[in-house]
Design a protein around this ligand. Structure first.
Ligand code: ACO
Length: 427
């Protein structure tokens, strides 16, 4: 293998190093391109652009592989707790028992949210979308923790990380409780991280909280499957905002906004709304398949297709199985699941989807589980954010530790050339 790539333009040849990742991915290092040639590259949507070197998550879209810090998503979803995965992503290794216990203890110690935050939440109408509320609350948290983090201090980094890992579930739970008109509660220090999330979200004021193993296992799995996905839209947002040395919470709030969109995290809400609409319209999946293929119709089959998975999304496989198990265990017979399975079957046999390598993604089945767990549709993307939190933190930390330069792409200007200003009366 040559370790140099040559670019020929007119009568000049420019030389660039080729770098190789630990899973053999090759990249042309064009850091000196503009200095050498005066040219830039253009790559809308960054389909061919690596923005960083990262040691957190490996994915191979062709083979359908996803690994966090070297561990397969299948193993982690089956055998790990979400809190272990949080630790693994952020601190590089699976925690030993004492490190995990200490991490949990530190989280418990930080799990209160200033009561004043309730007033901020109070200001939102009940109709506000939970993602907007969550982004705002995460931003507001800065005012209550105003000290900026010295990224070269392990102690300060750790304190900031523990603070947000502890408080974020409270914000998520409050966001949902506000929507449902339930009192804003706190958790229970004696519960595990995921059980506590479940309790904070669902406990009714007049009832004792009862644990449900099936629900906790499903939540644990869903959160793990969403925990990181390398340089996706929201993670790139977190890294780029943080690259200006904006603080962790501000960067996370920006990431939440990026996740909100229906082409990214908002797809899980869009999938369920689509399935409900198909059901309400008589359940004719063929009609919607035809709409998805019609280039004059803006309708897309939500939950299908992925920027990097061009074979299958390994998370979708795990979630599909989990959806079946959860619905069986809870004794739910949901017609929406039948419509989802029908659509999947048709799409997997349809040349339009096969040729374009469009497969169900993680969001195709996650909404069905959230719905079975009693989570309102508008909260689905908030659940995604809860799962993605450790990934965002790990990526932000890595970016600061690597001293990455401020993210600032260039452009090819295609606007007007110089023109003289014309006063308003003469235009
Ligand atoms: N339904 C119908 N056609 C589709 C779909 C779909 N869901 N997705 C892609 N296509 C078609 C496009 O129209 C295009 O067709 P063409 O080549 O004839 O023009 C071709 O497939 C390629 O699509 P692109 O949009 O260029 O692919 P890209 O990689 O840019 O987009 C994306 C990926 C945004 C995920 C896209 O597949 C999509 O919009 N899917 C639906 C939304 C969704 O499920 N998003 C969740 C992604 S996973 C996540 O964020 C966790």
């Amino acid at each position: 293998m040559s370790d140099k790539a040559l670019l020929q333009y007119q009568d000049k040849t420019f030389e660039f190093p080729v770098i190789q990742g630990s899973e053999n991915e090759l990249a042309i290092d064009i850091k000196t391109l503009r200095a050498q040639s005066g040219m830039i590259t253009i790559d809308p949507g960054f389909k061919n652009t690596g923005s960083c070197e990262s040691a957190i998550t490996f994915l191979d879209g062709e083979k359908g592989i996803l690994r966090y810090r070297g561990y397969s998503i299948e193993d982690l979803a089956e055998k790990a707790t979400f809190l272990e995965v949080v630790y693994l992503l952020i601190f590089r290794e699976l925690p030993k028992a004492d490190a995990l216990a200490a991490f949990q203890k530190d989280i418990v110690a930080e799990s209160h949210v200033d009561e004043e935050m309730k007033k901020i939440l109070d200001g939102f109408p009940k109709s506000a979308h939970p993602m907007g509320v969550l982004a705002s609350l995460t931003s507001a948290l800065i005012s209550f923790n105003p000290n900026s983090v010295n990224a070269s201090s392990d102690k300060e980094m750790y304190a900031a990380i523990v603070r947000i890992v502890a408080k974020f579930p409270v914000l998520v739970a409050w966001t949902m409780r506000k929507k449902k008109g339930l009192p804003l509660d706190y958790g229970d220090d004696s519960l595990g991280y995921v059980e506590n999330i479940h309790k904070m979200m669902f406990k009714k004021p007049s009832q004792e909280y009862t644990k449900n193993k099936v629900i906790i296992d499903a939540l644990n799995k869903l959160l793990i499957l969403h925990a990181d996905h390398e340089q996706n839209c929201s993670t790139s947002t977190v890294r780029i905002v943080g690259s200006s040395h904006a603080g962790l919470f501000a960067s996370l709030s920006a990431g939440i906004s990026a996740l909100w969109g229906p082409l990214h995290g908002g797809a899980n809400q869009a999938v369920l709304e689509m399935l409900e609409a198909i059901e309400a319209d008589g359940g004719d999946t063929k009609k919607y398949m035809a709409k998805a293929k019609d280039k004059n119709d803006p309708f897309r089959l939500m939950g299908f297709g992925h920027r990097v998975y061009k074979n299958f999304d390994p998370r979708a496989k795990i979630i599909k199985k989990a959806a079946d198990e959860v619905l069986n265990d809870l004794g739910i017979d949901d017609p929406i699941l039948a419509i989802a399975k029908g659509l999947e079957k048709e799409a997997l046999e349809d040349p339009y989807f096969v040729e374009r390598k469009l497969y169900p993604n993680v969001d195709f089945y996650s909404g069905i589980i959230y719905r079975a767990l009693g989570i309102p549709t508008e909260m689905f993307t908030v659940m995604f954010a809860l799962g993605r939190l450790p990934g965002w933190i790990a990526q932000w930390k890595e970016m600061r530790e690597n001293n990455e330069p401020i993210g600032r792409p260039r452009q090819v200007y295609i606007g007007e050339n110089f023109r003289d200003f014309v006063p308003v009366e003469n235009r």
